[in-house]
Design a protein around this ligand. Structure first.
Ligand SMILES: Nc1ncnc2c1ncn2[C@@H]1O[C@H](COP(=O)(O)OP(=O)(O)OP(=O)(O)O)[C@@H](O)[C@H]1O
Ligand SMILES: [Mg+2]
Length: 293
């Protein structure tokens, strides 16, 4: 696959237009305005840097003891130190489940933090949607089969290519597909389609699940949002999956959204810039290299 661009995720603009005009209003002249902007921008940069250092230290400090806890629990569950009564084994299983949940929470949270701060590196490539969707379907088939859920990949898939980071895009597809499976009734169907929207390539994942409750719809991409705590505890989610999907898709200059009918199903869709022909990638790549020199 042709690699045509390695870039850091776009950083959000440091100062908003409103903040800039407030600063302009209290600046004596253009020069003092520029100086103030520079000072504030560099302060914001160092605050962001400190924040991301903080998260990475916290991440390490949490992950290291958690790995040790998980190791000990696994040994206990296997009966390595000696046989345990049934009740103790049940309690260890609960502890293992919760330690997995905590590990996922830490990993998802750090991933989201990296995406939002612009530290996550994206490897942009022309990516064909069909093989990637196929891969996600293959990976998640056993999970769907356990609940007799059929995953249907549209038969006549156009060979659409988009500009994306294939690992990150697979992460988005897997999150959306696993949500669809998790929230679908058993013996239902999930349909995946690809469509060509001119300058954008699109895929969608439709389920026959309960839909997203009206109260949740405006905030469903926010962090830690889950419809029903009891149900989600059972399904073991963190409530960060959709926030991560949104962060990735936006960094890829795409759009993510959904349509839902409570009681009859939900469709999540993702639109990404269509990949131009290979010779255009090479031209762009050359232009980027020349400008960055
Ligand atoms: N296809 C869907 N049908 C119905 N509800 C959904 C669907 N997808 C997401 N939701 C609702 O949105 C919430 C947030 O989804 P999100 O993927 O962010 O978290 P999660 O799936 O609960 O946890 P995680 O992704 O960490 O496993 C879900 O808990 C669920 O209530
Ligand atoms: Mg999820």
């Amino acid at each position: 696959m042709t690699q045509f661009d390695n870039r850091k995720i776009k950083r959000p603009s440091m100062l908003t237009e409103k903040q800039r005009s407030q600063i302009r209003a209290c600046s004596k002249d253009e020069k003092s305005f520029e100086i103030l902007i520079d000072i504030l921008t560099s302060q914001q940069k160092s605050l962001e840097h400190a924040k991301s250092e903080f998260f990475s230290v916290i991440g390490h400090e949490l992950r290291t003891p958690l790995t040790a806890i998980q190791g000990s629990l696994a040994l206990l569950a296997k009966g390595v130190p000696g046989p345990l009564p049934e009740k103790a084994i049940n309690m260890i299983e609960i502890a293992i489940e919760n330690s997995i949940r905590l590990r996922d929470l830490i990993n998802y949270f750090l991933d989201l933090q990296m995406l939002e701060s612009g530290e996550a590196k994206l490897q942009l490539q022309p990516v064909e949607l069909k093989p990637l969707l196929n891969q996600a379907v293959t990976n998640l088939k056993p999970f769907a089969a356990r609940r007799q859920i059929k995953l249907i990949l549209q038969e006549e898939l156009p060979g659409i290519r988009v500009e994306a980071d294939s690992d990150r895009l697979l992460q988005v597809i897997s999150n959306l597909l696993s949500n669809a499976i998790k929230f679908s009734p058993s013996s239902s169907r999930i349909t995946i389609t690809i469509s060509d929207h001119g300058t954008m390539g699109c895929f969608s994942i439709s389920d026959q699940g309960p839909g997203i409750p009206e109260s949740l719809q405006p905030v469903v991409f926010d962090k830690f949002v889950q419809a029903d705590v009891a149900n989600d505890r059972q399904s073991g989610g963190t409530g960060l999956g959709l926030s991560i999907c949104k962060a990735i898709v936006e960094q890829l200059d795409g759009e993510i959204g959904f349509t839902t009918t409570p009681g009859s199903g939900t469709t999540f869709y993702v639109e990404l810039p269509a990949a131009p022909p290979d010779n255009e990638f090479t031209r762009r790549q050359k232009r980027r290299t020349t400008t960055s020199q």
